[in-house]
Design a protein around this ligand. Sequence first.
Ligand SMILES: [Zn+2]
Length: 248
Amino acid sequence: MNKKRFLMIMLAALMVFVLAMTGCGKQSEGAEQADASAETEAETSDETEEGSVIDYMVLVNQNSPLPDGWEDALELTTITNSVGDEVQTESTAYKAYCALKEAVEKDLEGYEKGEVRLELDSAYRSVAAQQKIVDDFTEKYGEDYVKKYVAVPGYSEHHTGLALDLYFTIDGKDVYENEDLVQYPDIWEAIHARLPEFGFILRFPEDGEAITGYAYEPWHIRYLDSPEIAKEITDKGITLEEYIEKSE
Ligand SMILES: [Zn+2]
């Protein structure tokens, strides 16, 4: 291998690394210098069959399992978050998340406790990965907690790639654990206020447990690919279950 070719390969590898580390490339200085083809390669790892379409209004909950063949049609974007975990998200939902992140971070400029940066804890999960969460959380928080907060493998909205669990950093410090995240209602309020315009809803709102099966989770948002529908659901204060039931 000649020296020039070696350098080119090293440079390409570095670009891919920078993109993978920074996720929403637009906001990172490093990523701006990367060309469009490198970005596509780094961010998209799809095996989408031609003509396959995702139903962004799909309902997956404790009574409705993931539809057959869903994962064959799923196009995923992979990033690495601030704690070093790889996170995969349905690609259109990921683009919307990046726009949401930019808007929220702007809204929170000058926040009293420091600079807030939105991060992705978890989005797409395979059934096997969900089983691991059940095992880990049972050990960490106990069976009762898991029954209340964690989905049975096959029945998690995270299998769709359209459900995103958020966390954030304040002045570069990770606020990551659920018990720490709930200490910042003001930040969640700022995040939730911006969800509908980017096609997201708060999926497990307060007092929604009887319908959604889950207690309040400020971090779990769901992409619907429609700001209009997201706004209607939010304005009416209803859940996705209620919206789908009404429109059937
Ligand atoms: Zn979640």
